[in-house]
Design a protein around this ligand. Sequence first.
Ligand code: ADP
Length: 362
Amino acid sequence: MKPGQVECKNIVLAYGATQVLKGITLTVKPGEFFALLGPSGSGKSTLLRLIAGFNFAQSGQLTVDGSDITQTPPWQRNIGMVFQNYALWPHMTVERNVAFGLEERKTSRAEIAMRVKDVLALVGLTDFAQRRPNQLSGGQQQRVALARTLAIEPKVLLLDEPLSNLDAKLRVQMRQELKSLQRRLGITTIFVTHDQEEALTTCDRIAVMDQGVIQQIGTPMELYDSPVNRFVANFVGTINFIEGDVEHTPTGSTFLSDLLGKIALPAITPDRATTRAALALRPHTINIIAEPSSPTGASRGSINVPGNILEREFLGEFVRYRINANGTELIVDQLHQVGSEIHATGTNVILEIPPKALRLIW
Ligand code: ADP
C-alpha cells in the first residue's frame, strides 16, 4: 500500500463571499515530508482539513495515487490526521485510545491487540499503555495521538501544528523524533506550521502560503537561497531589502540605488513593465570590516559602504546589528567568538557587501 501521492489541482474554497483557498495546485510525492508554512490565517489548516475530507472545495480536484477523492467522505479516504489539541479521550487508557479507531473499523480483536502493541512500541510508549492521558506529559500525549493515527495504517499522515502545545525544548526534541519516525515508516506526511524553523529543519519540501495562495514550493535551501518574491524572502529567515530601479541597456541590466550606486546585474534579468525592484541580502552575508580609517576589503571584490550602528543585540552565537547605511537600514549578523570585537552603538563602520549575495526581487 506504500505510495500516497497527493495532488491538488486548482482547489478553490470560500466561506461565504471570502475565498480562503484561491486555486491551490501542488503535488506531494510518495514518502515525502511536506510542510504547509505560512502566517496565521493564510489557509494552511483549511487546506489540510480539505485533504482530510472535513471540508470540501467549490472547484478543483484532489487525488491520492491518481484516484479522485474530491467528494469522498473522510472515513473512506484512508488518510490519518493528528489534531493540534490531540483530541484524546480522557476517560480511556492509552491502549484504548489507540485501539478506538480500529474498533470503529471493525478490525478483529487479535489484529487490534497486535497493531496497538506495534504502534505503542514505535512511539516508545509500551510501558504507558495502561495510563490515562492526564497521567502523561505533553510530549507523551502527542505520541499517543500519533500512535492512534498510525494504528489505522493510513496512506497519508496529516499533522496540524502538532508541536505547538509543547514547550520550546520539547518541541525541538519532538520534531527530531517525528522526522526519524516519518523516515522509518516512509509515510507521506503533510505538516502544517507557522514556524519557519520547524518547517526548515524537519521537511523535505515546503509550500509557503499567504492569503490563500501558494507563493513558492521548494526545499528548505531553495526557499532560503532563492526566494521568488518579497513575501517568501521575508517569511523564511531574516532579510534586508535595498530598494532601487532596474535599468536595461544594450549591454546588460544594471541596478541603481541610493545605497550601492549603479551595479551590474546578471544578463538574465527579465524585462518587466515596472523598473522598481529590490536587492535582497541576508544579514549574515554582510561583513563589518572596520572603522572608516582602517584599510578596506575592496580588493576582495566586495562593495563597501559606510554605516553607523544604531542598535545591537547580543544573541550568543552572533551579534545582530541594526545599521544606518546612507539612510537605508540594514540588519547585519556577525558571528561571535570569545574575545571577538563588539561594535558599540553610535560607531561608524564600513560594511562589506559581496555582490554574489545580492538577489534581485521584484
Ligand atoms: P491558517 O491555518 O493558515 O491559520 P485557516 O485555514 O485556519 O488559516 O484560515 C484561513 C482563513 O479562513 C482565515 O481568514 C479564517 O478566518 C477563515 N476561516 C477558517 N475557517 C472558517 C470557517 N469555518 N468559517 C469562516 N471563515 C473561516
